[in-house]
Write a protein that binds this ligand. Sequence first.
Ligand code: URP
Ligand code: ZN
Ligand code: ZN
Length: 456
Amino acid sequence: MLCIKGGKLVTPAGINERDLWIDGEKIVSGEGRGGRIEVYDASGCLVFPGFIDAHTHLEMDNGVTVTADDFPSGSAAALAGGTTCILDFATQDRGGALRDALDRWFRLAEGRSYCDFAFHIAVTDWNPSTKGELADIVRRGVTSFKVYMAYDNLRLTDEQMLELLKATRELGCITGVHCELGDEVNRRVREELSAGHMDVKYHPLSRPNEVEGRAVRRLMELARESRSPVWVVHLSTREGLAEIRAAREKGVAVLVETCPQYLTLTEEVYIKPDFEAAKYVCSPPIRSREDKSELWKAIKGGEVDIISTDHCSYNFAGQKELGRTDFSKIPNGLPGVEHRPALIWTYGVCRGKITPVRMAALLSENPARAFGIYPRKGSLEPGSDADIVIWDPQFRGTLTAVKQLQKVDYSPWEGFALEGRARAVFLRGELCAENGRIIKGPCGRYVPRRATWRKH
Ligand code: URP
Ligand code: ZN
Ligand code: ZN
């Protein structure tokens, strides 16, 4: 038995100081069967349920290059920062089966992951056999899917998306959508390049707010027509938010996700000199100060449900550099899986934007509920997995790539102050990370999920 003493437990009912008991892999209500008791002193710390990152891309091949982080490095970085479970995207090959994508991701993760893991499937090729596979995929514990509206090698047509939404609804699943209008993006990129605009600063100009806003509107229409729940991944704009608000008023079930980069950075990153700006190339791009503050307001007001990272890391050297003379060739994506809890703590909780209870909801309970793993994950109640983060609010430090476990050669938050960190991370009852370092593993296990989105 393990007893975590002296910490302040962060629960949906508030923060309370009490002992937390663990027997083997589970949280229990008290001393129970007795025997030897180990005590962990959490005095001065908060005790959070293990954080869940519902949006990562590890070992993902974008057709030109493979993400810098693989399962060992990405999951170790996650765990060290306080994330005990990740949901990664198994991406279907065009012409390939969903089951092959899932098999491949199992091979990548099993025995190599430091934190627990689950999968969504990104559907890139919709045909009758894809549809026929869905029920089997759900039986294997994958109960959410993703569609891209942009990226020519990944996207589906609206018609295909509608069919997918109708089919996943029947199975009680939710579908996430990358909301950017692909044709609009392609046209704007073409126009910039043909005007000789090759620099990084043209990346955000080719993907303005309205390209997201109009894509969200289209998705809301498809969600309404299919009566399927949808998940707007990485929301970045006021325009997108307004469309979601309007759709919710009409009864559309929308799960809204944003990411630390849209809450802590602003578009000025794209005028950094010496190609430094390439470090911030992601889609959707980093937005204005106004968008950032509207997203924080939406978080405060309960309109955003989850904060994930969209961790998709590419090294500056050799990977981001692929686009030195043509911004459209810079691989899209940012790292973040290691630092999401500390960034949201520092720039959310410590700046008075959200409470620790709300942080626990956005980073743990809500993703667990949305993706069918609650209360096994996302809870400190008896019966839940003993995934526990002992959070040290006294820690003061500076984020730097030199110290990170992510296997990528930079951080978008280099030099940012941090005002708290995970002092200890328990994965199913085992102390696996301390003060940003891994001390045990890889012990991560697959977490099969339930289909929890009832038809409405
Ligand atoms: O730029 C990004 N976000 N890359 C990762 C893949 C995606 O769009 O989610
Ligand atoms: Zn995306
Ligand atoms: Zn993504």
